[in-house]
Design a protein around this ligand. Structure first.
Ligand code: C2E
Ligand code: CA
Ligand code: CA
Length: 282
């Protein structure tokens, strides 16, 4: 994209942000053990009359580059915390996973700001998990102080897109994370590649040894679910479980999902069983 259209897009984004024309959708994450909803991940959406639907992978980096990320983060977090209160009133007391740009972590007072926002809305800080991705230019180890401050306040920390990119097993030991999210490309690859499967198994083992929760993201097929079940992954997220939902869709989804989960798992168990013990008559 040339400079001009990029600038037009940034201006369009800023207008959408100011005029409250962005919105959040929420993707459920469920526990492998019983299919219970453990968290929802908040994902920002921008549908623009001029530009159409613009993907966050396009406009979040632009917001970072043009000094708008702080405003986006604050708007998103406020919107999501308010939504959490509505769900709680409807009987869903879940945790929220919120994506944070590593750039925001460079501000030392950022953990205080997040805590203040939780306090102002009366949302307990232990209901919030921040998802962070490592990039080449911003190694998370440099942000140790800020990460530790979040943990002291009871806010959870997940390392996102783990296995792809720059994150390493060594960091899991050094940094105060509570959750590891295995990247969806890895989850996908593990079905066909023995090497990937071994690596995923090693990540799960190490993470469990360190007391971390392991989430697999981008789970789209039954085959992937079965493999993750065998590898003792704790939490799954992806289109097989649910696409990201509009806020008022969560209650219905939750009501319908438990039955669907047991049907899904039962078939996986049967498939697993028939692999281990071939039918003697067959
Ligand atoms: P992410 O945090 O890794 O989010 C997961 C992305 O995968 C989301 O795309 C989600 O819609 C998509 N996804 C979920 N399940 C599946 C699946 O089964 N298959 C496939 N193919 N995709 C799946 P989305 O919403 O387009 O977000 C892209 C990225 O933009 C996110 O990646 C995150 O890094 C960033 N992002 C999204 N919302 C926010 C936000 O509010 N703030 C910040 N800073 N970044 C955000
Ligand atoms: Ca994420
Ligand atoms: Ca991810």
């Amino acid at each position: 994209m040339t400079a001009r259209p990029e600038l037009a897009l940034v201006e369009g984004f800023e207008r959408a942000l100011i005029n409250n024309r962005l919105h959040m959708v929420y993707q459920p994450k469920v526990r492998m053990r019983d299919g219970a909803l453990t968290r929802v991940e908040a994902l920002v959406r921008w549908d623009d009359p001029e530009f159409g639907r613009v993907a966050p992978s396009r406009f979040v980096p632009l917001a970072e580059k043009h000094g708008l990320i702080e405003e986006l983060t604050q708007w998103g977090l406020r919107t999501t915390l308010r939504q959490w209160l509505k769900w709680r009133d409807e009987g869903i007391d879940t945790c929220i996973a919120f994506n944070i740009s590593a750039l925001s972590l460079e501000q030392l007072d950022f953990p205080d700001l997040v805590e203040r926002m939780c306090r102002a809305l009366d949302v307990p800080t232990d209901r919030l998990v921040l998802e962070l991705t490592e990039s080449a230019t911003q190694p998370l180890i440099k942000l140790m102080d800020t990460l530790t401050r979040f943990r002291i306040k009871g806010i959870g920390l997940a390392i996102d897109d783990f296995g792809a990119g720059y994150s390493s097993l060594m960091q899991l030991r050094q940094l105060p994370f509570t959750e590891v999210k295995i990247d969806r490309f890895f989850v996908n690859d593990a079905v066909t590649s023995k090497d990937s499967r071994l690596i995923v198994a090693a990540i799960v083992d190490l993470a469990h040894g360190l007391g971390l929760t392991v989430t697999a993201e981008g789970v789209e097929t039954r085959e992937q679910l079965q493999l993750l079940l065998e590898l003792h992954c704790d939490v799954v997220q992806g289109y097989l479980i649910s696409h990201p939902l509009e806020p008022d869709g969560l209650v219905d989804w939750k009501r319908d999902f438990r039955a669907r989960w047991w049907a899904l798992i039962e078939e996986e168990r049967l498939a697993l069983w028939s692999d281990v013990e071939p039918n003697p008559l067959g």
